[in-house]
Design a binder for this molecule. Structure first.
Ligand code: 4AD
Ligand code: MG
Length: 464
């Protein structure tokens, strides 16, 4: 390790007081009297601070004055058992070096609590708060657990492209990628944009999903997963939508819808259990600050079976509920989050996997059921979140897939390679997409998706 300091996470676990240590970090608070200064320092390795005790007589007055909230210091000293009640150990300072000051007149993160809205405006500084330290450490732990889960089960991580020429979801909400001069767009003889002159020689966009390429991987490596950013230009300003979000998309050859459901449930429970076991301090902090029922809710999901239910039955339950929904319920409706949350929070009081949706409201690639009306789709619905996972068994029959593609007017020339996989060595296969930030909303108990990603991208907002 090139850095001689000891991280605070390690110091606080230390069972060997009396040793000489070096601590580096950002000052959270400083208090004291004319004899002694208590400086709380945090380095992001853990939610807790270490207390630095400085004997005022040993240090320059001007140095101590400049140690204010937000400044960055290096402390050399001795780790000793703490006399105060707040912490097991503290550091008796021998030398202090000031790396960077933080003028109290201008530094925005003073000691007092700030609203999450205000912190969004200073997203470049919010990782220094307890809340965002906790969220970002949990985000990291979940990313690690996702890779571990799949690696331990023989899935391969497949890197799918971010720039594509196809629209995987057929929803049309895509960001275009171009190097054409928008002030002087080249036109062809028909007066249309001449994409032959564009960088890729055709219209391209940022991917909305890695699934189609993921399927190509699954039909060779058997089991793959993607984990990367996806982009949606839908103009939805809600606490659950981002224009740039991360998605995990496993895709498995030889899996039918039931296998897909098994995997989705096992995967979600694994991740939540991992958080409970490995992020206890951060979860306890978030529970205390924002959501008193957080830990209970997490344990409940780990310990209970998810309900599996046909879309048609779900609609019947909603129709009979006597509830006045903003969007009236009838068969064929694309469920809104108010409906999803009714089923999960009020009716079953458990996560629900809803399957066999009407084909009209689902993407072209889903396997068609015998009834000619529904497809083998599955959405996993969670308390407080609504849809956390969307997936399906895939249509592996070339003729049926082609017919659906034509019916929807999707140009075959854009996805000829996808159709080809059904010509050669087609196989039953399934997969799903977990929205990473939706998972984090659930695990952290935060209420707004903008607060579980370091730098949120939403309509009219791309600062930092
Ligand atoms: O349901 P979606 O659109 O499904 C797909 O993209 C499939 N290709 C996945 C697959 O089968 N491989 O999106 C999957 C999940 C949703 O359930 C939700 O959790 C999340 O992605 N999601 C969003 N998260 C944040 N902001 C948005 N705008 C999101 N749109 C979808
Ligand atoms: Mg969906």
């Amino acid at each position: 390790m090139p850095d001689s300091r000891t991280k605070i996470a390690e110091l606080l676990r230390s069972t060997a007081p009396g040793t000489d240590v070096v601590v580096k970090g950002w000052v959270r608070t400083k208090r004291g009297n004319k004899n002694v200064a208590f400086i709380a320092v945090n380095d992001g390795s853990i939610i807790h601070n270490i207390q630095i005790v400085a004997d005022v007589a040993r240090f320059d007055d001007s140095l101590l004055k400049k140690i204010t909230t937000g400044s960055c210091i290096k402390v050399e000293g001795r780790l000793v058992e703490s006399l105060g009640s707040g912490q097991p150990v503290e550091v008796q300072a021998e030398r202090i070096e000031l790396y960077g000051t933080a003028d109290p007149e201008t530094y925005p993160l003073q000691k007092k609590g700030h609203t999450l809205e205000f912190l969004r405006e200073i997203a470049y500084l919010r990782p220094r708060t307890n809340t965002f330290g906790a969220v970002l450490r949990i985000r990291h732990a979940m990313a690690y657990a996702i890779h571990k889960y799949f690696n331990d089960r023989g899935f391969f991580y497949l890197h799918t492209p971010l720039i594509t020429g196809s629209d995987a979801e057929g929803a049309g909400a895509m960001f275009q990628v171009t190097t054409l001069d928008l002030n002087n767009v080249p036109k062809n003889d028909a007066g249309e944009v001449d994409y032959a002159q564009d960088f890729f020689g055709k219209p391209c966009n940022l991917t909305v999903s890695g699934q189609l390429e993921g399927e190509l991987g699954a039909l060779a490596l058997s089991q793959i997963y993607t984990f990367g950013p996806t982009f949606r230009a839908e103009n939805s300003n809600t606490p659950r939508h981002l224009a740039e979000f991360w998605m995990i998309e496993p895709e498995m050859a030889f899996y039918e819808l039931e296998d897909n459901m098994e995997l989705a449930e096992d995967f979600l429970k694994y991740l939540i259990r991992y958080a409970l076991e490995n992020c206890a301090d951060d979860l306890a902090f978030l529970a205390k600050m924002y959501d008193g029922e957080l830990l209970e809710r997490l344990r409940f999901v780990v310990e209970n079976d998810f309900v599996r239910l046909d879309y048609t039955e779900g609609i019947e339950i909603l129709e009979k509920s006597g509830e006045k929904f903003e969007f009236p319920v009838s068969w064929g409706l694309d469920l809104q989050s108010e409906h999803e949350r009714y089923l999960v929070e009020r009716h079953f009081k458990k996560p629900v996997i809803l399957i066999n949706y009407p084909k009209e409201i689902k993407a072209f690639y889903m396997k068609q059921n015998e009834d000619g009306k529904t497809v083998r789709a599955m959405d996993v619905l969670f308390p407080k979140i609504g849809e956390i996972i969307g997936g399906s068994q895939r249509e592996e029959n070339l003729d049926k897939l082609r017919a659906r593609v034509d019916e929807l007017g999707i140009p075959q020339k854009d996805i000829w390679w996808y159709l080809d996989t059904r010509r050669w060595g087609s196989a039953p296969h399934s997969g799903f997409g977990l929205g990473f930030e939706r998972l984090l909303l659930f695990v952290t108990g935060m209420a707004n998706i903008r607060d579980v990603i370091p730098f949120p991208r939403t309509p009219k907002s791309a600062e930092f």
